[in-house]
Design a protein around this ligand. Structure first.
Ligand SMILES: [Mn+2]
Length: 195
C-alpha cells in the first residue's frame, strides 16, 4: 500500500477556533482515504455551528460515494446559511481519486500532472444541481491541495520552488501563511501520495 501524509490547517478570521466557518475532515479506513474541505457562508460563531453539523455528517458518512455524500450533506444543511465543499475519496492502493465539488473550494494536484479539479456551481443546503463525480488517478509523488476562498486562488507555483517540498504539514502551513487573504476564514488540506 502506498504511503500517505496529510494535514489540515484552519485559521479563523478572528483567531478564535470556535468562530471558524471553515472545516476539514480526513478519515483513513482500510485502503480508503476520504477528505473534505468545507466553507460555510460568512464567518463567526454562527458559521462555526453549521460547520460542526457538516463535520459530524461527513464523519458518519465518509464511506459512501462522494456524490451520495454531497447529496446527503445538501439535505442535512437545508435551512442553514449554506456552504461550499470539495469531497475526495482516494483508494490508497492504486491512487484512484473520486471528486465531487460544489462552490469555490480550490482543488489542485501537483506532481506528475498539474491540474485543477473544477467544482460545480451552487450552495450546499440551498441550491445545487445533481452532484457529479470526477475520477482521477494520483501518481506516486503527487500532492493534492485543497484551499478555501480565504486563500489566494491564482498562485504561480513556479515562483515558489520550495513550496511543495517537505511534509504535508509544512506545505499546508505555508499555503496559509503565504497566501491567506486575511479577510475571511482560511483553510487548507494537503495530502502527499506515495511518499
Ligand atoms: Mn470563505
Amino acid at each position: 500500500m502506498a504511503e500517505i501524509d496529510f494535514h489540515i490547517v484552519k485559521r479563523s478570521l478572528t483567531g478564535w477556533q470556535d468562530e471558524c466557518g471553515d472545516t476539514g475532515v480526513v478519515v483513513v479506513s482500510d485502503n480508503q482515504c476520504f477528505l473534505a474541505l468545507l466553507d460555510v457562508l460568512g464567518h463567526g460563531r454562527e458559521a462555526h455551528e453549521v460547520a460542526l453539523v457538516a463535520e459530524n455528517y461527513l464523519l458518519k458518512n465518509y464511506s459512501f460515494k462522494v456524490t451520495e455524500i454531497m447529496s446527503g450533506l445538501h439535505e442535512r444543511l437545508k435551512g442553514t446559511r449554506g456552504a461550499v465543499a470539495a469531497l475526495c475519496s482516494i483508494n490508497i492502493d492504486n491512487g484512484e481519486l473520486y471528486y465531487s465539488g460544489i462552490g469555490n473550494i480550490n482543488t489542485r494536484v501537483h506532481g506528475y500532472q498539474t491540474l485543477q479539479l473544477m467544482p460545480q456551481d451552487g450552495i450546499i443546503g440551498y441550491m445545487i444541481n445533481s452532484p457529479k463525480e470526477r475520477q482521477f488517478k494520483l501518481c506516486y509523488g503527487d500532492t493534492l491541495i485543497l484551499t478555501s476562498d480565504g486563500v489566494k486562488e491564482h498562485i504561480n507555483f513556479a515562483d515558489y520552488p520550495e513550496l511543495l517540498k517537505g511534509s504535508a504539514k509544512t506545505i499546508a502551513n505555508n499555503m496559509i501563511d503565504l497566501f491567506g487573504k486575511g479577510n475571511d476564514d482560511s483553510s487548507c488540506i494537503v495530502l502527499r501520495y506515495g511518499i
